[in-house]
Design a protein around this ligand. Structure first.
Ligand SMILES: C[S@@+](CC[C@H](N)C(=O)[O-])C[C@H]1O[C@@H](n2cnc3c(N)ncnc32)[C@H](O)[C@@H]1O
Length: 187
């Protein structure tokens, strides 16, 4: 694999394609425009299921429209915060976060470190032993650095006996390129 033609989102999609299997139950924790939800829906297939969360009705509407266009039926869309995911899903093979604000939407509504960290912990509670949590972490721009710093501090503190955290950065790129992180359970 090459990296010069990648970014955090492409790494995230490549990881999903490599690891998500037909029949899996997965969560898109930040539905947004629905592009990740659509990919997850295709990867888990007719016998799998996707639960997708967003706090904005505009995002749920955009995702509904995209899924309808592609005739996808295996998705439950939930208008609400991802920190409540355990109220809806008992076990998931993958939980995908793509933090930040809705592309083309209101930039004053974005993910915040307190809820993001609670959601990461909830995701680890319901993650299957062979599953993964992935995170695209945006920073700079409208949202600043606070969420990135808090999430990285939290990931660094996860017990190394229980979890492995892999962090990827396009280190020499300018303008705050998003980070990509994976959390796995040690087996
Ligand atoms: C960068 S966008 C996601 C992009 C999306 N995955 C896609 O494929 O288009 C981030 C989304 O996270 C949502 N969000 C922010 N805080 C949230 C929370 N606590 N729970 C669920 N979604 C949240 C925002 O409303 C926004 O739509």
């Amino acid at each position: 694999m090459t990296y010069y033609d990648k970014n955090a989102l492409k790494l995230s999609h490549a990881h999903m394609k490599a690891h998500i299997k037909p029949g899996n139950t997965v969560i898109d924790a930040t539905a947004g425009k629905g592009r990740d939800t659509l990919l997850l829906s295709e990867l888990v297939g007719e016998n799998g299921h996707v639960y997708a969360f967003d706090i904005q009705k505009d995002a749920i509407d955009a995702t509904t429209q995209l899924l309808d266009t592609h005739n996808r039926k295996n998705v439950t869309l939930l208008l609400g915060s991802h920190e409540k995911m355990k109220n809806h899903v008992q076990k998931a093979n993958a939980i995908v976060f793509n933090f930040g604000f809705l592309p083309g939407g209101d930039h004053s509504i974005f993910s915040h470190s307190e809820t993001s960290i609670r959601a990461i912990d909830a995701a680890l509670d319901i993650l299957t032993e062979d599953g993964f949590v992935s995170l695209c972490i945006y920073y700079g721009g409208d949202t600043g650095f606070a969420e990135r710093d808090a999430i990285l501090t939290h990931l660094e503190a996860l017990d190394q006996k229980k979890y492995t955290v892999m962090l990827q950065s396009f280190y020499n790129r300018k303008n705050c390129p998003p980070l990509f992180a994976i959390i796995e359970k040690n087996r």
